[in-house]
Design a protein. Structure first.
Length: 319
C-alpha cells in the first residue's frame, strides 16, 4: 500500500510540474512583449533597465548579478544570472553589453544585448540617449515520460525560439543629485504584435519604464540618503511600481536599502553592501505578500561589481 501511495504521489508531482511547464511556455508563446526578469539591483546597476546609462560615468564597470527566487520551492523556481559591462568611449559615446540567462522549470532563456549611448553634458545637466539591440533564445528542456515529443508546441520549444528586439532610452542627471530615466522596451515585439493582431492603432510607445530619484546629503556628516521610484509597464504584464530608499555611510563603504514593490501581491526587500577600493559587493533578500510565499522562504540576489579606468572619483552620483 505504501508503494502505491508513493507511486500516486510521484505521478501527481510529475503532472503538476508538467502542467507548470506547459502553462509557462504557452504564456511565453502568446506574449507579444517579454516579461523581463525581476531584478532588485537596478538601483545599483541601472544599465539592467536603461541602455542610455552605458558609459554615463567616467570609468568602466563590470557587474555580475545572480538572483535565486522562491528558495525552498523545488518545482523549477526561477534562477537568473547576468554579467554586464559599460564604459565611456571618448567624451560623448558609451558602450555596454550584457549576457543573461534564466531558468524557470524547464524553460531556459538566454539573451545577449549590446547598448549604445550618446552623452550631452550641459551646464548643470548631463543628458544621455541610447538604444540596445538584443537577441533572445527560449528553449524548453523536458525529461518527463508524460511529455509527448511529437506535440508541435513541445517541438518548437525543444528546438528553441529566437527573437530580436530593441529598446530606446534616455537618462538625465541634474546637478549631480537628481536622476530621471525613461525607456521604451520591446519595440520590435510590440510592432510585430500589432501586425499579427491586425491592429490599426500602434502600441509602439505604450510600454515603458520610468526611474527617478534624488540623493540627499546631510551637511557635516558622511551620510547620504537616496529615495527613488521605478515604474514598469509592459504588454500582458501587471504594472510594477517600486519605492526604494538607499543610504550610504563612510564614503559608500557601507550601503543599505529598502524596497517596496506594489502590484501582483506586493513585496518588500532589504539591501546591504560594502565597497572595498574598486570592488563592490551587495546582497538583498526579499519576500512577497502573496499566498505563494507560504511555499518558499523568499528570494536572494547578489551583485559583485568592479570599477576600472580613469578618474573614478568623478563618477556621477546615481549609484
Amino acid at each position: 500500500m505504501k508503494n502505491i501511495f508513493y507511486a500516486i504521489n510521484t505521478s501527481f508531482n510529475s503532472y503538476l510540474k508538467l502542467s507548470f511547464i506547459l502553462i509557462l511556455f504557452a504564456g511565453v508563446q502568446t506574449m507579444n512583449a517579454q516579461n523581463e526578469a525581476i531584478f532588485n539591483h537596478y538601483i545599483l546597476n541601472p544599465i539592467l533597465v536603461n541602455p542610455a546609462v552605458a558609459g554615463f560615468e567616467d570609468f568602466h564597470k563590470v557587474h555580475a548579478n545572480a538572483r535565486i527566487q522562491w528558495v525552498g520551492f523545488d518545482q523549477g523556481a526561477p534562477e537568473t544570472f547576468a554579467v554586464t559591462y559599460n564604459g565611456p568611449v571618448g567624451k560623448t559615446f558609451g558602450l555596454g553589453a550584457m549576457v543573461f540567462t534564466e531558468n524557470i522549470a524547464s524553460l531556459n532563456r538566454t539573451r545577449i544585448q549590446l547598448d549604445y549611448a550618446f552623452r550631452y553634458p550641459l551646464e548643470k545637466v548631463k543628458l544621455a540617449f541610447g538604444f540596445s539591440t538584443e537577441w533572445t533564445q527560449e528553449r524548453l528542456s523536458v525529461d518527463n515520460a508524460l511529455v509527448d515529443p511529437t506535440e508541435l508546441l513541445i517541438q518548437d520549444g525543444i528546438e528553441g525560439i529566437n527573437r530580436f528586439d530593441a529598446t530606446l532610452g534616455g537618462y538625465a542627471l541634474i546637478k549631480d543629485k537628481t536622476f530621471v530615466g525613461l525607456t521604451f522596451p520591446n519595440l520590435i515585439s510590440s510592432r510585430i504584435g500589432d501586425i499579427d493582431q491586425g491592429s490599426t492603432e500602434s502600441t509602439l510607445f505604450n510600454y515603458y519604464t520610468i526611474m527617478a530619484g534624488h540623493r540627499f546629503g546631510i551637511e557635516g556628516t558622511d551620510f547620504e540618503l537616496e529615495p527613488s521610484m521605478f515604474i514598469k509597464q509592459l504588454r500582458n504584464v501587471p504594472l510594477q511600481l517600486d519605492f526604494n530608499v538607499k543610504a550610504h555611510f563612510l564614503q559608500e563603504k557601507i550601503t543599505t536599502g529598502l524596497t517596496y514593490r506594489s502590484g501582483t501581491g506586493g513585496a518588500i526587500g532589504l539591501l546591504l553592501g560594502t565597497k572595498i577600493n574598486a570592488l563592490r559587493v551587495y546582497y538583498s533578500y526579499d519576500v512577497s505578500f502573496q499566498r505563494f510565499q507560504r511555499y518558499n522562504t523568499g528570494s536572494h540576489e547578489a551583485t559583485v561589481s568592479f570599477e576600472f579606468g580613469n578618474n573614478p572619483d568623478r563618477a556621477a552620483k546615481f549609484r
